[in-house]
Design a protein around this ligand. Structure first.
Ligand code: VGL
Ligand code: ZN
Length: 199
């Protein structure tokens, strides 16, 4: 029998109220996520982890403001306020998150020239993080995902996971969205269509 894992996406201070890229109600999910952590044998977390002057920061693009887009060699990229700087308080997990049980923390977005929303691939959809291999080697086939933000890092992780052959469930009450220009509805639709179970 294959194993199951809980994947907690980017539950970091910068995505919570008061943070650099705050997601409305981001901190509200912490108790729900903690209950799920207790109920899973395997827990994996991701941590958005950018170097200074990361190319996803609007400040790196003259004349651009956060939440505008820019064309990168790998495709369209949304620009963000500076956030989740490596080693900063903003990049730390929310203080209320029970992170000690996590068996693996996947850091992403650490290459200056490319962003990474998904826990599996960077935004070129080609450069792997190694997570798929790690899960296969450990015989984990069934993933439950929670965290921030529903319509970016959670959604891209879920879509890639299905593509990689994993069975994927997203617990919506344990996620919160950025919702830029209808992105929540668009990404929810894509997840459903791809076979992600939204519960
Ligand atoms: C995220 C925007 C930029 C996320 C990360 O975790 O959804 N969104 N970096
Ligand atoms: Zn980021």
């Amino acid at each position: 029998m294959a194993d199951k894992a809980l994947l907690v996406i980017d539950l970091q201070n910068d995505f919570c109220p008061g943070g650099a890229l705050a997601v409305t109600g981001g901190d509200e999910i912490v108790p729900v996520v903690n209950r799920l952590i207790e109920s899973f044998d395997h827990v994996i977390m991701t941590q958005d982890w950018h170097p200074p002057r990361h190319s996803s920061f609007a400040a790196e693009h003259a004349g651009k403001a956060p939440f505008e887009t820019v064309d990168m060699p790998y495709g369209e990229q949304t620009l963000w306020p500076d956030h989740c700087l490596q080693g900063s308080a903003g990049a730390a997990f929310h203080a209320g998150l029970d992170w000690t049980k996590a068996e693996l923390v996947v850091r992403k977005g650490f290459r200056r020239e490319i962003d990474s929303y998904s826990a599996f691939f960077e935004n070129d959809h080609e450069t792997p993080t190694g997570l798929a291999g790690y899960l296969r080697e450990r015989n984990i086939a069934d993933l439950t995902m929670v965290g921030l933000a529903t319509d970016f890092c959670v959604a891209y992780s879920a879509l890639d996971a299905v593509q990689e052959g994993f069975s994927v469930k997203v617990v919506m009450e344990a996620c919160r969205a950025i919702d830029l220009g209808g992105s929540l509805a668009a990404m929810t639709g894509m997840m459903k269509e791809a076979g992600v179970r939204l519960v």
